[in-house]
Ligand binder design. Structure first.
Ligand code: PAF
Length: 284
């Protein structure tokens, strides 16, 4: 596995691979790799001969300075995970290499995809995500790019970016990976201390409750309200949103059982750690 830090070195390596007819898969990450990331790299390796993993904690997508400062950094372990799961190249640029000293990013307006839920709660977040993913796609020029469905709204935003600017690039959404007890895997989980780790399980329990309501053919509005009331009475959890939406448009979808692509989505602060989770509620 090769590690490169500059766009120039990356591009000459990728050009050489493409000349040999190798298909290029790309897995962008912010490091602190866990089994969810490993599953993306493995999936990329099954589809492509050349697999580039980027590790870059993108400063422009953090609306909260403390979250950026405390974002876990485990580069040595990350390189091991990348190597073991089949990455052929790891790209670890500096902030200057990608942004050239200018951290201002332009606003992105993809309607509800960038303005609702995550877009509303994390002002400017998707501006930063789109800015960095655009830079990374332009540097790597992959044939396929792999993203986790854990960040469901981000995935919809990236699909829109690709439709508008990266013709021919195939975006592959990969299933969310959970801990044994149901907690969605996230690089931030290591910051869940003491009882917060147990409290965090509530998110998945709420999603399952919504799913079973939807699968019984009932409108989910009442259960959403009940969960909001329960959350309001809990000290340990600060609920930011919970809803059922269409995963392509992020329009609410409260009569969900018959709708393909209906997902329950949730975001909450648990013990000072911001968590998101989702599950498909459409029953086949
Ligand atoms: O999902 C992430 O880890 C980040 O948002 C991404 C796509 C690597 C951009 O920084």
């Amino acid at each position: 596995m090769k590690r490169v830090q500059t766009i120039e070195a990356l591009q000459s390596h990728i050009e050489a691979a493409k000349t040999k007819g190798r298909k290029v898969g790309f897995v962008p990450t912010m490091g602190a790799l866990h089994p969810g990331h490993a599953s993306l790299i493995e999936r990329a390796r099954n589809a492509c001969e050349e697999v580039v993993v980027s590790i870059f904690v993108n400063p422009t997508q953090f609306n909260n300075r403390k979250d950026f400062k405390t974002y876990p950094s485990t580069l040595k372990d990350d390189l091991d995970v990348a190597r073991k799961t089949g990455a052929t190249t790891v790209f670890t640029p500096t902030v200057d290499e990608l942004y050239g000293g200018d951290l201002k990013v332009g606003p992105v307006d993809y309607g509800r995809l960038t303005s609702a839920y995550e877009g509303q709660k994390r002002a400017g977040h998707f501006d930063g995500v789109v800015a960095v993913v655009r830079k990374l796609f332009s540097a790597v020029r992959p044939d396929m790019a792999f993203f986790g469905e854990k960040d469901l709204q981000q995935l919809a935003v990236i699909r829109q970016l690709v439709r508008s600017e990266f013709d021919g690039l195939e975006v592959v959404g990969c299933p969310l990976v959970r801990e044994r007890d149901g907690l969605a895997m996230s690089s931030r989980n290591v910051r869940l201390l003491g009882e917060s780790r147990q409290d965090a399980l509530k998110l998945n329990q709420w999603l399952n409750r919504i799913k079973s309501t939807a699968c019984n053919g009932r409108d989910v509005s009442a259960v959403l309200q009940a969960i909001e009331s329960e959350a309001a009475s809990m000290k340990a959890i600060e609920l930011e949103y919970i809803d059922v939406v269409d995963a392509k448009s992020f329009e609410p979808q409260h009569n969900a059982s018959s709708q393909q692509g209906a997902f329950a989505i949730v975001a909450a602060q648990v013990g000072g750690v911001r968590l998101i989770d989702n599950c498909c509620v459409a029953c086949s």
